[in-house]
Design a protein around this ligand. Structure first.
Ligand SMILES: C[S@@+](CC[C@H](N)C(=O)[O-])C[C@H]1O[C@@H](n2cnc3c(N)ncnc32)[C@H](O)[C@@H]1O
Length: 284
């Protein structure tokens, strides 16, 4: 395999459905709670394996740092109070996690890719506000214990069934007043040009235009387009995602702006439905 880049940052348009089955774990095959155990040896047949590989996720260090700073700053803007419990679902390298931890009471980082998760443990063990967990471990956490859950640039890598299972896990964990911020959802009608323009705009703002141009060429010449064709990504319209969140038992709206740099991608704000009689019951 040649070099890989982060699909979230790539301008290449995906296919609608994933065509391969995972050869990894029993629970990855069943589409739930992935990534705590893997068979040995290189396997590039799902996005978790991709993210655990020595890919070139970002076009440069400037790009990578700017990405994580942007996401952390936007997560902080959704933290309701300084004692909040925050969950970052499939957080990746989470290089700016300390910014988020400084603004809340406890930050739980979860990541299915075991190599990435190992680096998170090493990096954040000294910070007593940060816990690193696998996605499977979320199933054993206390119900209604999370104030804010963030799932940024993750849904497109999950099959629709995996995403439903992920929503069920998050819904169980959210407090009745809790919020899910679901970010970076690619829309079906946005193609190559939109993603390239977004990347170049972000690069211009953060001073890595040359790196971005080189990265685009490198991506076009790498094995990445084939991988993306073979595995595929999921895209949703606004109505489709709102329906999916409703089917998961959450009320949701589309946020005015995406939490990632790509303005054509969507962010949704979701939570448990407010019971109409909640106020009346409290007043009695
Ligand atoms: C583009 S990175 C996003 C990381 C981080 N949330 C961010 O905003 O930078 C995609 C993440 O999705 C995770 N991922 C890929 N396939 C997944 C799956 N099927 N289920 C859960 N997470 C998955 C990867 O391990 C990786 O952490």
């Amino acid at each position: 395999m040649g070099q890989f880049r982060c699909a979230a940052e790539s301008p290449f348009r995906p296919r609608k459905t994933r065509s391969t089955t995972s050869s990894l774990t029993p629970d990855s095959a069943s589409g739930s709670g992935r990534g705590t155990q893997r068979l040995p040896g290189p396997s590039m047949d799902d996005w978790i394996a991709f993210y655990d590989s020595a890919h070139t996720i970002y076009v440069s260090k400037l790009h990578r740092d700017a990405h994580f700073r942007t996401i952390a700053r936007n997560i902080v803007s959704y933290i309701p109070s300084r004692d909040s419990v925050v969950l970052d679902y499939a957080c990746g390298e989470a290089l700016s996690a300390e910014t988020v931890a400084d603004a809340c009471g406890r930050l739980i980082l979860t990541e299915p890719a075991p190599g990435v998760r190992g680096r998170l443990v090493t990096r954040f063990t000294p910070n007593t506000k940060i816990d690193v967990r696998s996605l499977d471990e979320l199933r054993h956490m206390d119900e209604e214990s999370i104030d804010l859950a963030v799932m940024n640039s993750v849904a497109q890598y999950m099959t629709p069934d995996e995403l439903d299972a992920g929503f069920a896990v998050v819904r169980r964990l959210l407090k009745p007043t809790g919020l899910l911020v679901l970010g970076d959802i690619p829309q079906p009608h946005i193609g190559l040009a939109g993603d390239v323009i977004a990347l170049l705009g972000f690069a211009a703002k953060h001073g890595f235009v040359k790196d971005a141009l080189r990265g685009l060429v490198r991506t076009a010449m790498s094995d990445y387009p084939q991988l993306r064709l073979r595995i595929g990504l999921q895209r949703y319209s606004e109505a489709e995602m709102l329906a999916k969140l409703a089917a998961a038992g959450m009320t949701a709206i589309r946020a005015p702006v995406n939490i990632g740099h790509n303005a054509s991608r969507m962010t949704f704000l979701a939570g448990r439905p407010v019971k109409a009689d909640r106020g009346a019951t409290a007043a009695r």
